[in-house]
Design a protein around this ligand. Structure first.
Ligand code: ADP
Ligand code: MG
Length: 706
């Protein structure tokens, strides 16, 4: 393929704000090692800049890699760019996301998640296959992007690393929708900032009366959002609507309600704008099939108003043309470290004010627009923070700290973070890695840690899988790990009759394995479906999502490949075990889930054993929920926090299996673990730290006394 043969096919792209700056942008990239590019969302940064660099010949030295924090964005944008460049997706233009690699040897423009690039850094710290790395959506401040920023900065202050395996210097472009460009530039050795001027039109924002500060935990906002969207449809002039909600089930519910209500509209009398003759309702969320996602971008037929009901993905990652009205729920689903349970939990929380501005801005791209906030002014003032806290300051760092350690960065406390996480989060991560035997007492990566880092899974799940492999029963754990890595497999129909039917089928599936172990149910569903002659109809009969299972099959194969590769190593651990299969299975799970152990307290309430001592309940989706037997000790995969804390994917265990592991949760001296990072810490700092720790211990002791 000659380099000029892939000219953009779409003349549309010439109208994007970025187009006029093509030559200057190429020059800026040529002239600097780091470049910050900023511009309004929709100006063409993500889809166009990689193409400009390609046309300018940058791909002669290697691939042009573009990272995205979100999986869907990586896939959708790659599709679009492949179309614009008139090539097949997966050839010159491709994408890679966790468990889905759609690239080949000829791929020169590669879109990928930031997590995938981080894994590539592990295998090849100099990123020798790339000529340019574009970190996109940096304003989102995802954990992996923040770490990549630090690593790339580090590489350049350490020339031997930067040039390792390379014959030409790597170019790094950091793209952000407006926010924090000075801070980014200062972080990257005061590199130049290229601002793409763009015009924004005024957006008139109004507050509603529905969501008040007391409603922070309610889901009543779904109904309100639907009501407001219908009001807009009937009383505003033509123009498409974009509704922001938080996740799949909510979005599907809102779409159902919208369908239902829109049916009864009489277009002769009910609508203000008589050119509007119908409503096209389209959902948009992360795990949606990609062919459905494509419809989002197509203009609606004449006379039809499009209404897209989306997650935050439509705030900056994807731009939909034609949007004139925004309906903002004021909420977002976010992964936060929950100190009550000591785990990361997906929570629905109020968005920040800056996020709300960003959402509103989506209505003013090509003409003036309106944004209807369903929440009150009081909610805005009292419940919404100014800015969104970067992920690095609010989620577990266990996996990234292990990655850093494996990259030879021992001083994880003084790593160049754009925003420093609290030290206790770093120490917490070190503690967990120590508990999993991934690092030793001195904070150095163990052999097991080196194996663990190879799996794109939660360290606990990886630990369980490796334990299983060491005793030769990986066949039990590989499917489970795969099933826990895909979206929910059990269909939960909205209509009550179907729900009963689905519940019955799901209970029968659980009963096949004795009805006492949710992990075993996952294994059994996987195996039954796989061995069925007609797996898709098997799924249909059993109310299982066929698409999710298909992904699980593919994930299992990929995990198996990683494991096979690691098993070639001479030092791969081998252990023996005698006992029955059910026990073996659960003991392997314990090796990874002993941090998630709970002990029966009163009635059906359990108490976690990780030092938090939270009171937890078995979630109704668990097959143990209705069991009459007395359960003593259980392990669980994750928790759901509402007014109660629910544990999900549960299985009973025996105390003896975790007896030797549990003390590890308490014994460890975090100070010792970070000693490598602290070799140069002053005496004064050390004193302060020790006093603080002693005070904490004292406090813990007195709480126990009470
Ligand atoms: P930025 O990265 O600056 O926010 P993008 O490059 O994502 O801007 O978007 C530029 C234009 O490309 C927008 O008008 C957007 O609607 C369009 N676009 C992006 N992806 C698609 C797609 N999959 N289908 C149709 N249009 C798209
Ligand atoms: Mg973009």
């Amino acid at each position: 393929m000659s380099e000029t043969s892939r000219k953009p096919k779409y003349s549309d792209s010439k109208h994007l704000p970025i187009y006029r700056y093509k030559a200057k942008l190429i020059q800026a990239v040529e002239e600097s090692t780091f470049l910050v590019v900023t511009g309004e969302t929709g100006s063409g940064k993500t889809t166009q800049l990689p193409q400009y660099l390609y046309e300018a010949g940058f791909s002669r030295n290697g691939k042009i890699g573009v990272t995205q924090p979100r999986r869907v964005a990586a896939i959708t944008v790659a599709q679009r760019v492949a179309q614009e460049m008139d090539c097949t997706l997966g050839k010159e233009v491709g994408y890679q996301v966790r468990f889905d690699d759609c690239t080949c040897q000829d791929t020169v423009v590669k879109y990928m998640t930031d997590g995938c690039l981080l894994r590539e850094v592990l295998a090849d710290p100099g990123l020798s296959q790339y000529s340019v790395i574009i970190l996109d959506e940096v304003h989102e401040r995802s954990l992996n992007t923040d770490i990549l920023l630090g690593l790339l900065k580090n590489n350049f202050s350490n020339p031997s690393k930067a040039t390792k395996g390379r014959s030409f210097p790597l170019k790094v472009v950091v793209m952000s929708a407006t926010l924090e460009t000075d801070k980014l530039s200062a972080f990257l050795s005061c590199c130049p900032v290229f601002a793409i001027p763009g015009r924004v039109f005024p957006v008139e924002c109004t507050f509603g009366s529905a969501v008040k500060p007391k409603d922070v935990e309610s889901t009543a906002y779904v109904k309100e959002v639907v009501k407001v969207a219908l009001d807009v449809h009937t009383s505003e002039l033509a123009g498409d609507i974009l509704v922001f909600l938080t996740g799949q089930s909510e979005i599907e519910r809102a779409c159902d309600l919208l369908f239902e209500k829109a049916e009864s509209i009489d277009y002769r009398y009910d609508v203000l704008d008589q050119t509007v003759e119908g409503l096209l309702i389209l959902p948009l969320y992360g795990s949606m099939p990609t062919d459905q996602q494509r419809r989002i971008f197509q203009p609606p037929p004449p006379g039809i108003r499009k209404c897209v009901v989306a997650t935050n993905i439509a705030a900056t990652s994807l731009t939909i043309n034609g949007i004139k009205y925004i309906v903002d729920s004021g909420f977002v689903k976010q992964l936060n470290h929950n100190s009550r349970v000591g785990m990361d939990v997906l929570e629905v929380v109020p968005i920040s004010k800056s996020e709300a501005e960003q959402r509103a801005g989506r209505a003013g791209r090509t003409s003036s627009g309106k944004c209807f906030r369903i929440y009150t002014k009081e909610f805005w003032e009292k419940c919404m923070p100014e800015y969104t806290v970067p992920e690095i300051q609010r989620t577990s760092l266990t996996a990234v700290i292990l990655t850093l350690k494996c990259l030879g960065i021992h001083d994880v406390i003084r790593f160049p973070y754009l925003d420093r996480p609290e030290e206790r989060f770093i120490l917490e991560a070190l503690k967990q890695l120590y508990q999993f035997d991934a690092i030793d007492r001195r904070g150095r990566v163990t052999k097991l840690g080196e194996l663990m880092v190879e799996f794109p899974l939660h360290p606990g799940l990886t630990r369980a899988l490796l334990k299983a492999a060491s005793v030769g029963c990986e066949e039990l754990l590989l499917p489970v790990a795969a099933m826990l890595s895909v979206e929910n497999i059990f269909i939960r129909p909205g209509d009550p009759d179907n729900q009963k039917e689905a519940d019955k089928k799901h209970r029968a599936l659980a009963a096949k394995t004795g009805g006492m172990n949710d992990f075993a149910t996952l294994l059994s569903v996987f195996q039954s479906c796989k061995s069925s002659d007609r797996p898709s109809s098997w799924c249909k009969d059993n109310w299982i999502h066929w698409r999710a299972l298909k992904s699980a099959f593919s994930v299992e194969t990929q995990l198996r490949e990683i494991l096979l590769r690691l098993q070639q190593r001479k030092d791969f651990p081998v252990e023996t075990f005698d006992g029955n299969k059910s026990e073996l299975f659960r003991r392997c799970l314990c090796a990874g889930y002993f941090t998630n152990v709970a002990r029966s307290s009163v009635g059906k309430v359990f108490c976690t054993m990780d030092g938090h001592g939270s009171m937890v309940h078995i979630h109704p989706s668990s097959s143990l929920f209705e069991q009459e037997v007395d359960l003593n000790w259980v392990i669980f995969h994750d928790v759901l926090v509402t007014s109660r804390i629910y544990i999900r994917t549960v299985c009973p265990i025996r105390y003896e299996w975790v007896k030797d592991l549990l003390p590890k949760l308490h014994e460890v001296d975090v100070y010792e673990l970070s000693s490598v990072a602290r070799e140069e810490v002053t005496d004064e700092e050390m004193m302060k730290w020790e006093t603080r720790e002693a005070a904490k211990r004292q406090q813990e002791v007195s709480t126990v006394d009470v």
